[in-house]
Design a protein around this ligand. Structure first.
Ligand SMILES: [Zn+2]
Length: 260
């Protein structure tokens, strides 16, 4: 099953991005690591509700955190938020001391309510309404007949050819991050989706710009190593998209193919 960020939170993030172009996103994040979902968290996809992720973390370095908190307190979609040792929730967003392991001094955590209406997009008012609401479509677009929704297992050969590129595009579209042509020709939008995905997993902290360079490859390599596909005793995490990295990516893609 695929997972996706609640449209309401996607819009909140878009508004924050629009108000602070190029803001520091080091402590941003949204989806938890899918294989470590033991801990109950709104960052884990709610599979019983179609795979929605109901929380985001926003880096506070370059944003107006007081304005954001005022916006959150004013919106009935919000369940609670955590910032600077404090959790704000329940009635009237009363402030209580937060004693979890992460003090939340680098980011603000926002959780929405567990309801369909809380997932809906609609202006938050953070950026003064200059951002167009994102279309309210909680699920990835239904596949058109000419749009493959599954890929064949790849030959693990370390060559990033059209079959591998197509598998990446299909996986990203299953996750809901890629909506363009599945043509086996990985360009800017494909790599943007991969960056966004690694960002959500907490491995990539830079601009989602489709330019899959050194830092993007490092993030991918770290992820693949964590998943056991890249043996770091033999291969360096070096930011080079070489044969062993591609092989590891192909293994991961094969594992994801109908594996979940
Ligand atoms: Zn969080």
């Amino acid at each position: 099953m695929s997972y996706y960020l609640a449209p309401s939170l996607k819009q909140l993030r878009d508004e924050i991005d629009a108000a602070h172009p190029g803001r520091d996103k080091k402590s941003d994040g949204w989806v938890g690591d899918l294989s470590h979902s033991a801990r109950k968290s709104d960052h884990n996809p709610a599979w019983d509700a179609g795979g929605v992720v109901r929380a985001i973390d926003v880096d506070i370095s370059d944003i107006d955190v007081n304005k954001l908190m005022a916006v959150l307190k004013n919106d009935s979609r919000v369940n609670y938020f955590i910032y600077n040792h404090s959790i704000y929730g329940a009635s009237q967003f009363t402030k209580r001391r937060y004693t979890g392991s992460n003090p939340h001094t680098q980011h603000i955590h926002v959780s929405i309510k567990h309801s369909k209406s809380a997932e809906r997009s609609g202006a938050w008012g953070y950026s003064g309404g200059s951002v167009k609401p994102v279309a309210s479509k909680p699920k990835p677009k239904p596949a058109k007949s000419n749009r493959p929704t599954d890929y064949k297992d790849l030959t693990v050969d370390g060559v990033f050819g059209s079959a591998t590129a197509e598998a990446v595009q299909i996986l990203m579209s299953q996750i809901g991050l890629y909506e363009r042509a599945i043509d086996g020709d990985a360009g800017k939008y494909t790599w943007e989706a991969v960056q966004e995905w690694l960002n959500g997993l907490g491995y990539y902290h830079r601009a989602v710009d489709g330019d899959f360079g050194y830092h993007s490859v490092i993030a991918l390599q770290q992820f693949l190593a964590k998943k056991g596909h890249l043996d770091t005793k033999k291969w360096l995490i070096d930011g080079k998209f070489g044969k062993e990295t591609i092989k590891a990516f192909q293994k991961y893609l094969n594992q994801q193919n109908g594996g979940k």
